[in-house]
Design a protein around this ligand. Structure first.
Ligand code: CTP
Length: 433
């Protein structure tokens, strides 16, 4: 059979990928990330004012949303925060001077091209004026002029500087040109004055930058539960039954959920992956532990994705001491197994209205039919069916799957696990209706 070949054509036509191919893709490969990842890149411009330290929080906010943040500073900004701080936060070089990067004589152009949005926060009255006039006398303003990416400006200044007709006129010019302005706030200013001039709330700046970079936030206010990785079922203190699941798909789904604004809980079996930024990770070993952790998180979840390769069976008896050849030959020769609980089926049996349950099906034959059977027997709303014949899918960075719902089967062409993660979340939202 080639069920896949039959379905692929339709899939390619219907597979709406999560984010358009922006300039960030170029950035992703430049940063040595796996091909096909689409981590957007936001350039953060920092100018010389007391609120410069808040740019650190802007950078962290962007990173928590899964965005790659790079920083460019004016010379004056370095009087308030050292470039080292941003270098440590971003793990990227931090540019200040036009001629800082000896290997890249047109650094402003490369910075300008690789970002999906440029957010200047805080932006002083002086830099607002330069932007309005199109002046380009340092790396930050030259980059602002050279970029075709959306520009976001979050001003911060003394109340009288802000009220000044020149500043107000400059801000109007920027707004009329399509620059997103994140309005100053009213309050106590560092200079002792009270009034409008404080840098806007960091969350508002981050949200504006994410919108400008085309980062979707369609899961804001939602809670996504993901199970991932294998389980380990102990036989004695040193031996266990397990499988070769890498956990990569589940981790990618949790990451994508957070990037799209959700709160994510990741119940993870033992894997060699780092906890994704902003995700609450609950580490477990056995299927029973995984069930307990999933049952605790499930009632709050709007979308629950059961991605883990749970061991179906566990040794009936766990020897308290290491089993030894000779002494424990009988125990080693016949290990009696008992069934493990089904984490997905147990949770899905308690599904409330509005919750979406997504299962995975690892199959070696009759992939779609077996997935349909699992959809029904486990009360899932969507099953992502995987062909694991020849050890395919385990540990790889990309995957091809079918999305199986009660009334639809859709083949999804080979995608990186990061892009597949967005597809799974899209399909889950669709399954919710
Ligand atoms: N699953 C689970 N708990 C189990 C077994 C499976 O939560 N004890 C979930 C998996 O996370 C996956 C789905 O059920 O979402 C199907 O897993 P799979 O291993 O393909 O199927 P099984 O139910 O184990 O059936 P079989 O191995 O017989 O195909």
């Amino acid at each position: 059979m080639d069920e896949r070949a039959r379905l692929d054509g339709a899939a390619e036509a219907s597979c709406g990928l999560a984010q358009g191919g922006g300039q960030g893709e170029k950035a992703a490969s430049a940063a040595g990330e796996p091909a096909g990842t689409k981590r957007p890149c936001v350039l953060v411009g920092v100018t010389g004012c007391i609120a410069a330290y808040k740019a650190c929080e802007v950078v962290r906010g962007l990173q928590k949303a899964g965005v790659r943040a790079k920083v460019v500073m004016t010379e004056h900004a370095t009087e308030f925060v050292r470039p080292t701080t941003f270098r440590a936060l971003t793990h990227e070089p931090v540019a200040v001077g036009l001629f800082d990067e000896p290997g890249d004589p047109i650094h402003h152009v490369s910075l300008a091209q690789e970002c999906d949005a440029f957010v200047i926060a805080p932006c002083t009255a002086n830099v607002v004026a330069k932007l309005a006039c199109g002046l380009a006398d340092d790396l930050l303003t030259t980059t602002a002029l050279a970029t075709t990416a959306p520009l976001v400006v979050a001003p911060a200044m003394n109340v009288h500087m802000h009220e000044n007709a020149a500043t107000q006129e400059n801000l109007r010019v920027l707004a009329a040109r399509g620059v997103t302005l994140v309005e100053v706030e009213e309050g106590y200013l560092a200079c002792g004055d009270v009034g409008k001039g404080r840098l806007a709330d960091v969350d508002a700046i981050v949200a504006a930058a994410l919108r400008a970079a085309g980062v979707r936030r369609d899961l804001e206010g939602r809670h996504v539960l993901v199970t991932a990785g294998p389980t380990e079922e102990p036989l004695d203190p040193v031996r266990c039954l397990t499988n070769r699941s890498s956990g990569k798909t589940g981790y990618a789904i949790a990451r994508a959920a957070v990037r799209r604004g959700a709160r994510a809980t990741l119940v993870s079996g033992p894997v060699a992956l780092e906890a994704p930024e902003g995700v609450q990770v609950v580490r477990v070993r056995t299927a029973c532990d995984m069930l307990a952790a999933a049952e605790e998180a499930f009632p709050q979840a709007d979308i629950a994705v059961f991605c883990a390769a749970v061991a179906d069976m566990r040794p009936e008896r766990v020897a308290p001491r290491k089993l030894k050849k000779g002494r424990d030959d009988d125990a080693l020769a016949s290990v009696r197994l008992v069934p493990n609980p089904d984490v997905l089926a147990t949770c899905a049996a308690r599904k409330r209205s509005g919750q979406v349950v997504v299962g995975f099906a690892a199959e070696t034959d009759d992939v779609v039919e077996s997935a349909r059977a699992k959809l029904a027997s486990k009360h899932a709303d969507l099953v992502v069916a995987n062909d694991v014949s020849d050890g395919r899918a385990f540990g790889s960075d990309d995957n091809e799957v079918w999305f199986v719902t009660a009334d639809d089967v859709r083949a999804v062409p080979r995608l990186s696990k990061d892009r597949l993660a967005d597809e799974v979340l899209d399909a889950a939202l669709k399954a919710r209706g």
